[in-house]
Design a protein around this ligand. Sequence first.
Ligand code: SF4
Ligand code: SF4
Length: 267
Amino acid sequence: ASKKKRPPTVWLHFQECTGCTESLLRASHPDVARLILDLISVDYHETLLAAAGTQAEELLTSTIEENKGKFICIVEGGIPTKDGGIYCKIGGKTALEIINEVAPKSAAVIAIGSCAAFGGIQAANPNPTGAKGVSDIINSVPIINCPGCPPNPIAFLGTVLHYLTFGRLPATDKLGRPLFAYGRRIHDHCERRPHFDDGRFVEEFGDCAHKNGYCLYKVGCKGPETFSHCPSVRFNDVGVWPVSVGHGCVGCTEPNFWDTMTPFYER
Ligand code: SF4
Ligand code: SF4
């Protein structure tokens, strides 16, 4: 393990499915054990924590108080704001109360997943709980967004490793997304692009064109409107990503994709 003191980290879970954590658990460069045992000190993470109840709540409070202005706050999940935020409560407090208590005392916030970045699926029209992303609520500390549903773990891990190496967050686009991961369009790096350029399209799922690996644009692929590194880094060392296995991109790294990118399937 590194002799340098590992930066303390708290990981808050709000309105979400834990898919981002699940995706990260399958990462391998570095794997999650090296991340949380050698690189950062994950002092509070509801999915990975051995402690529960009062013990867990005390751990959160003490980590924040002992590391004011120094800890990284990672947020997974949207924050419901309607009706005083009653739609998500942990230990008797609303997500809204917790984020307002914890995030301003951190050195920086990393919003992992489209829930924490932009409100998530629960924010889909008519957004019954008033779900919002962290940057709609907090503006006193730097916030970086690693959207995706779930995001590729490399977007998150690259952000953390950049912060550990340089002591600052990586350069971002206007949506707060790190450029190294979200600076390019899916469509510009897709292996099906030659088929798009030559007009060879899948017309229906399961047709001959689909079996031949042609472009998925006509059946709903949102790659031309979506920024992410999925085609280059693929997923979790198995070498695939949705488009490579015959499913169009659903645009999950873009704000409000649940409303703006639907219908996901055009045929
Ligand atoms: Fe789950 Fe998607 Fe939200 Fe991540 S962004 S917690 S995968 S719903
Ligand atoms: Fe673009 Fe999607 Fe066709 Fe790939 S499959 S070339 S991302 S439209």
